[in-house]
Design a protein around this ligand. Structure first.
Ligand SMILES: [Zn+2]
Length: 150
């Protein structure tokens, strides 16, 4: 994917349903006594038992309380969903975001959109072209995708 990741895309990736991302990474995050928190084993350091990795819904952040080295000046390694994919896969954040866009931003509307735009353009033949509407139909964005969850 050569396109630059937009601000909206970053925001959308960070707001993905965390369970979707956990499943993608094969993480077993289980509910805890705290309804705001899930915990599971850290796939990277594999230390600290099956509660080492925590996820906090209210702040959309995870933390490794196992043996993953924290960023300088921090007590634990923490991050958002993009950082979690980067962490679990051992890649940097931009490739992680690209991977997530590929994985979670498939374009299920694409075949349908192209059919209907063919029909639309057949109807419009001979009529003056609308100046603003894009010919290929509207682009399906991850924001549209996310709206399916709300
Ligand atoms: Zn760890």
């Amino acid at each position: 994917m050569a396109n630059k990741i937009s601000r909206e895309q970053w925001q959308a990736l960070k707001s993905l349903p965390p369970e979707t991302v956990f499943r993608f990474l094969g993480l077993e995050m289980r509910p805890t006594n705290n309804p705001d928190q899930l915990r599971g084993p850290c796939p990277v350091c594999k230390r600290g038992g099956d509660r080492a990795l925590s996820w906090t819904h209210s702040i959309k952040m995870w933390a490794c309380q196992g043996m993953c080295p924290p960023h300088p000046g921090k007590k634990a390694l923490v991050g958002d969903l993009v950082a979690l994919v980067a962490h679990a896969r051992g890649i940097k954040q931009i490739p992680a975001a690209e991977l997530m866009l590929q994985e979670f931003m498939r374009e299920p509307e694409k075949p349908k959109a192209s059919k209907s735009s063919q029909r639309r353009s057949a109807k419009l033949r001979g009529a003056p072209k609308p100046s603003k509407a894009p010919v290929g139909g509207t682009e399906f964005t991850i924001v549209d995708y996310l709206q399916q969850f709300s």
